[in-house]
Write a protein that binds this ligand. Structure first.
Ligand code: TRP
Length: 330
């Protein structure tokens, strides 16, 4: 059986170092262990939470740039935009028809949203939010992905995908593989400048696609304590140190640890962090610069991606339509 890895990023906001370290980089690294890899821009997921059309289209562009600048090889993988593959939406409807409403009622994201409501529990809840996991299942099952790297917050969505797939297989015929989640471990949560999980909603991000100067500024903002240079410092639970570990070799990490014992000043520690981050960012920045002003290139790459992926989706969908009785009259 072919092993297929698939993952998507919802196109909201500006990609940051947390997305890069937590999702993009590990997904790209894993590709070599699989027969096929699928990476896509989940723009129909984006409109669930964001009705600002400018923000949505800006973010599609930035997330695409982030993947490509980070080294995604379009010749070795499938890279596409969800909205370019309308078959996914068709499959999503078909899956809606085999999904129990009760299953969706149990969704953590939906339950959190209704819990925030006081008098009317459905206030502000769209059907899009309610059936979000079904669209995600369609993304995955469309290509019979076997492995899906996601954050810990997405475990339930993968369980739901398996439920929905099994239900379809049971009612009609065995069509879908039950995909496995590859979970980024909790202890690998990338901290933001304030030490909490890096997230746009906490305002603590270090942007991925930034100039050297902006990067330096973001790193300078990292919150530390008031220990003076010369005073020994504790590397565990230190945001500067945690981030450093993502970018440095084991040797460098051991050296940095002894710098802490020897009382390195926060300014110097941050400069060391800047230097390793900047090293890794520098080719990404160059690639980004070469892509950002060439809108045709970006559109061409996405068109090529959709041309590669659509025939696969069409074939799968046609067999599914057949199974459910949506076929030529005989
Ligand atoms: N829901 C995912 C997130 O917010 C994004 C996503 C959409 C996804 N469809 C997917 C991830 C399919 C993996 C597979 O992070």
């Amino acid at each position: 059986m072919k092993k297929r890895i698939l993952t998507g990023i919802t196109t909201t906001g500006t990609p940051h170092i947390g997305n890069y370290l937590g999702a993009i980089k590990p997904a790209l690294k894993q590709a070599k262990n699989y027969d096929e890899s699928y990476y896509f821009l989940a723009d129909y997921h984006a409109i669930i939470k964001n009705s600002d059309n400018k923000e949505v289209s800006e973010s599609v562009k930035n997330v695409a740039l982030a993947w490509l600048a980070s080294g995604l090889d379009v010749d070795k993988s499938f890279f596409y935009r969800q909205s370019d593959i309308p078959e996914i939406l068709e499959l999503s409807w078909i899956l809606n028809c085999v999904t129990a409403k009760g299953l969706m009622n149990r969704s953590h994201a939906y339950k959190a949203a209704i819990n925030n409501n006081k008098e009317d529990e459905d206030k502000g809840i769209t059907m899009g939010l309610f059936s979000y996991p079904i669209l995600m299942a369609a993304d995955i099952l469309m290509f019979n992905a076997t492995h899906v790297p996601v954050g810990a917050d997405q475990i339930q969505h993968l369980e739901m995908t398996r439920d929905i797939a099994a239900r379809f297989n049971h009612i009609y015929k065995k069509t879908f593989e039950l995909p496995e989640a590859i979970i980024q471990s909790k202890k690998d949560t990338v901290p933001g400048t304030d030490g909490q999980k890096m997230s746009k909603s906490y305002g603590n991000i270090i942007p991925l696609l930034s100039t050297e100067k902006q990067l330096h500024k973001s790193i300078a903002k990292i919150v530390t304590n008031s220990l003076e240079p010369g005073e020994a410092k504790n590397p565990s639970n230190c945001t500067v140190f945690k981030l450093y570990k993502y970018f440095a070799s084991d040797e460098m990490i051991a050296e940095f640890e002894s710098d802490y014992k020897d009382g390195i000043g926060w300014g110097d520690a941050k400069n060391k962090l800047f230097s390793v981050v900047n090293n890794e960012m520098s080719p990404i920045r160059d690639k980004y610069d070469s892509l950002v002003n060439d809108k045709n290139l970006l559109n061409d790459l996405l068109n090529e991606g959709s041309n590669k992926v659509r025939p696969i989706a069409k074939e799968m969908l046609s067999s599914i339509r057949d199974s459910i009785g949506i076929k030529k009259i005989s």
